[in-house]
Design a protein around this ligand. Structure first.
Ligand SMILES: [Zn+2]
Length: 85
């Protein structure tokens, strides 16, 4: 009598399917207030990375001392179930 064992592996990879959520870009202000708390203002997420870069300029016009920003990219990934012989 013989037995067959199948090992199941999971692979993590970027989700490029048509129904995957879009990759989005947004910016967060890193400027510190006088009491060392972060401003933390954030732009709305958009799919166009160039359009996302408009927000720091708008924020700077309202707060001329806020010059530090972080770009936040949200890229969908998915776990795929595969088999290893
Ligand atoms: Zn700010």
């Amino acid at each position: 009598m013989s037995r067959i064992f199948v090992l199941v592996d999971w692979t993590l990879r970027p989700d490029r399917e048509d129904d995957a959520p879009p990759t989005t870009h947004r910016f967060r202000c890193l400027a510190l207030h006088d009491d060392d708390t972060e401003c933390g203002a954030e732009s709305e997420p958009v799919t166009d990375p160039v359009r996302a870069q408009e927000w720091p300029f708008e924020h700077l016009r309202e707060h001329p001392e806020h010059t530090g920003f972080a770009e936040i990219v949200e890229r969908p990934w998915v776990m795929w179930r595969g088999f290893r012989a």
